[in-house]
Ligand binder design. Structure first.
Ligand code: MRU
Length: 352
């Protein structure tokens, strides 16, 4: 089932780029088609990148940050000789449009604001492109370091549950939660992974299983509602998930279903870890109550594989994310080390 081009290339990262900046276009791997088809789309307009983000062709908090940064870099590359104020105006308009796409992952606005600050300081297209590429490189380095720190919490023989996709596809690097899993596997720990399918868009079944099969790491896919029973029956020893935004008190927004997994883990005495770069921490936000949650269209639940499964007249509640209270989180694995409770203190020390 895996396309030939993927199987042949080896190395540490997925053999394909999740996103790249090419001349004055942004090339994006269309993740909605995985695992059966590898197709890239070429974006030459901000609107096309916004559409790709809204449709989840590119998704995952750190990868969204790179997409936002590359969108601004594309604007700069298309306006290499624009006077400073004209360039800034175009960049601000692009930022506004892209920021409206998905509200929960803080990496998106964080990355664009960083590029904008650089643009304001330097006033050149070149500085914009450089900063965007730098964010991309930093992402990859952060993933590597998270993998190294994560070795402390994964033991030989562990069965590890993950939810959604926090892998290379979600970070445009090595992965956060899946990066920890991959690093442990590469370090010779004989682990197995259980992946929640992640209704309704199936990032766990389609994307995490895809990455793990590619790496040769044993993976078992379950329905999301199987998580608690799987903890009993499949001998799950750790849970590791990614994050879209972490508040100053450690409350963590991640894919819908994560909160249920955390409660089940607590009931079974299983440590629940979050792996995320520090760019996912939003120290301006005091608690999870303030994290903006994205709600998606009801059709994602009403139709399954093109067939209506919910009768007309039924209401639908379709949040893309939930918030796991900090009290359920044993540690937050970042590129700077593992943060432990009380998170107000450990996060506060990182953002004085
Ligand atoms: O809706 P998605 O697919 O963008 O949601 C992604 C997640 O919830 C991931 O777990 C999170 O962004 C962390 S990615 C390293």
């Amino acid at each position: 089932m895996l396309p030939e081009s993927l199987i042949t290339a080896g190395g540490d990262e997925m053999a394909m780029d999740v996103i790249r900046l090419e001349d004055s276009k942004v090339v994006i791997l269309d993740q909605t088609l995985l695992p059966t088809e590898v197709r890239y789309i070429e974006c030459t307009e901000v609107e096309a990148i916004a559409e790709a983000i809204e449709s989840l062709r590119i998704r995952g908090a750190p990868a969204l940050g790179v997409a936002g940064a590359f969108a601004l870099a594309m604007v700069a590359l298309k306006n290499p000789k624009a006077p400073r104020e004209a360039l800034l105006q175009r960049l601000r308009e692009a930022r506004e449009r892209i920021a409206r796409t998905r509200p929960t992952a803080v990496n998106l606005s964080w990355a664009m604001d960083r590029v904008l600050r650089k643009a304001e300081a330097a006033g050149t297209a070149e500085a914009v492109v450089k900063e965007a590429l730098w964010i991309y490189e930093e992402n990859k380095e952060a993933d590597r370091r998270m993998g190294e720190h994560g070795l402390q919490v994964i033991d030989d023989g562990d069965v590890v549950l993950t939810h959604c996709n926090a892998g290379a596809l979600a970070t445009a690097g090595y992965g956060s939660a899946l990066g920890v899993i991959k690093a442990s596997w590469k370090a010779g720990k004989g682990i197995k992974v259980v992946a929640g399918e992640t209704r309704p868009l199936l990032q766990g079944a389609r994307l995490s299983a895809f990455e793990l099969v590619y790496e040769g790491i044993p993976v078992t896919v379950i329905t999301d509602s199987t998580a608690a029973f799987a903890m009993k029956r499949l001998g799950i020893k750790k849970v590791v998930v990614g994050a879209d935004r972490i508040a100053a008190n450690g409350d963590t927004a991640n894919k819908i279903g994560t909160y249920s997994v955390a409660i089940s883990a607590r009931a079974h005495g299983i440590p629940f870890y979050v792996a995320a770069p520090t760019s996912t921490i939003d120290p301006r936000i005091g608690s999870g109550e303030e994290i903006p949650i994205e709600f998606r269209k009801k059709e994602e639940l009403v139709f399954f594989a093109g067939k209506r499964i919910v009768p007309d007249g039924a209401e639908v509640f379709n949040p893309a994310f939930d918030v796991t209270p900090a009290e359920y989180i044993a540690g937050i694995i970042t590129e700077k080390g593992i943060l432990r409770p009380p998170y107000r203190e450990s996060i506060g020390a990182l953002f004085p």
